[in-house]
Design a protein around this ligand. Structure first.
Ligand code: ATP
Length: 373
């Protein structure tokens, strides 16, 4: 965006930008001020750089237009640039090489759509400009290979010690489903399942990732607890459906992460409602506001509400990700809304790790599926 260099009042411009951002993101001015810095455009005129610590690139055209309007009404002129730099969040355990943030997606009970939410959120975060990977920790029922449509592929290795993760549509992934037949893993006891997860996490050559999404096994038993403790999680997200039973189980999920001091970013209500394709009427098939009530009870934000929609099921089962097949539709938009909310929540609630770049070693040679952004 270009403005005349004859900026009479840089402080008015600064104020207009900060006010606009605080208003747009519904955040305190102190918070958004941290994203802004003065920069020199050509040595004589100064401008404002906004560095977002979260993924929101699809919104930049709106934000740029909004800032232009705000500057115009403040009668201020300044050059404004937008950038994105996602920080590594603080973790209790040492971070995994190349991964800035690990987010667990969990559910109190099976079948609520945890895996579907994980994969769609991963693609949505990518569309918002983040570098993303997915780790299928659902050892007993891995579904990532099916959803990515690459069940017959296997991770390769060059040194017999590390795996190159698979890559599908720019998303890097690893899953027990790529490594052993489903029937074998289904009978593993807890210690074997957690060992498998540890190997998948630590012996994969991850490229530099802003987010690794971990699709957890459903439930809140010993296995899930061990896994939650074992992985250097930055934060967790709990997926639920609105009916009472699922809500009761989601509570156990929140309690489990609280017990091991992993911050819960918020809740996602899946299959919230069904919208009639003919008349647009919304039917709350399971119950209304279940996720909202639970979110209020725990003081957590409701970060997304996804409808029950045949397209979501069809895309999940066909290996053709919804976010790529129908990127402009309302469902893709709903997932991107959720992804931005998750990314913003993490950036504004989880403290930034002290050592930002020590564990970022760079993309393994000859393996860089993600475009630089
Ligand atoms: N919003 C939705 N609309 C329609 N179908 C959905 C939706 N979310 C998930 N599904 C479908 O519901 C089924 C269960 O979803 P999914 O496998 O994601 O659940 P899960 O909680 O991960 O299950 P599991 O306990 O097996 O790990 C799948 O067939 C999926 O396609």
């Amino acid at each position: 965006m270009f403005f005349s260099r004859k900026s009479p009042k840089p402080s008015a411009a600064w104020q207009a930008v900060v006010d606009y951002l605080a208003d747009y993101f519904v955040l305190p001015k102190d918070e958004v001020t941290l994203w802004c810095s003065d920069h020199n455009t050509d040595g004589s005129a100064s401008g404002i750089s906004i560095t977002f610590p979260f993924a929101n690139q699809t919104q930049w055209p709106f934000i740029q237009a909004g800032i232009a309007r705000a500057l115009q009404s403040a009668k201020a002129e300044v050059d404004v640039t937008l950038k994105q730099q996602i920080n590594a969040g603080q973790t209790a355990k040492p971070p995994v090489t190349n991964i800035r943030n690990i987010i667990a997606v969990a559910s109190g009970k099976g079948g609520v759509g945890k895996s579907t939410t994980s994969i769609n959120m991963a693609f949505a975060l990518m569309q918002e400009g983040a570098r993303v990977g997915i780790l299928d920790a659902d050892i007993y029922g891995p579904s990532v290979p099916i959803m990515l449509g690459n069940t017959s592929e296997r991770p390769s290795t060059t040194d017999n010690k590390h795996m190159q993760p698979l890559e599908a549509h720019g998303l890097v992934a690893n899953s027990i489903g790529y490594l052993v037949p489903a029937d074998d893993a289904a009978v593993w006891r807890g210690p074997m399942a957690s060992k498998a997860l540890s190997q998948l996490l630590n012996e994969t050559r991850w490229p530099v990732l802003d987010y690794l999404i971990v699709d957890m096994p459903p439930g809140t038993g010993d296995i899930q607890l061990t896994m939650a403790q074992q992985v250097p999680l930055t934060a967790a997200l709990v997926v639920t459906t609105p009916q009472d039973l699922a809500i009761a189980d989601a509570q156990k999920g929140i309690a489990m992460f609280n017990k091991v001091n992993i911050p819960v970013l918020g809740l996602v209500e899946n299959m919230s409602y069904y919208q009639c394709t003919a008349c647009g009427h919304k039917d709350y098939i399971f119950a209304k506001d279940g996720g909202n009530v639970l979110a209020e009870r725990y003081g957590l934000p409701l970060l997304g509400a996804l409808p029950l929609d045949i397209q979501i099921r069809e895309h999940a089962g066909s290996g053709k990700p919804l976010l790529l097949s129908a990127p402009d539709g309302p469902l893709a938009e709903a997932y991107r809304d959720m992804a931005r909310a998750v990314s913003l929540e993490l950036a504004t609630t989880v403290p930034v790790a002290e050592a930002q770049s020590k564990h970022i070693k760079g993309d393994p040679i000859a393996f860089n599926p993600l475009k630089d952004n």
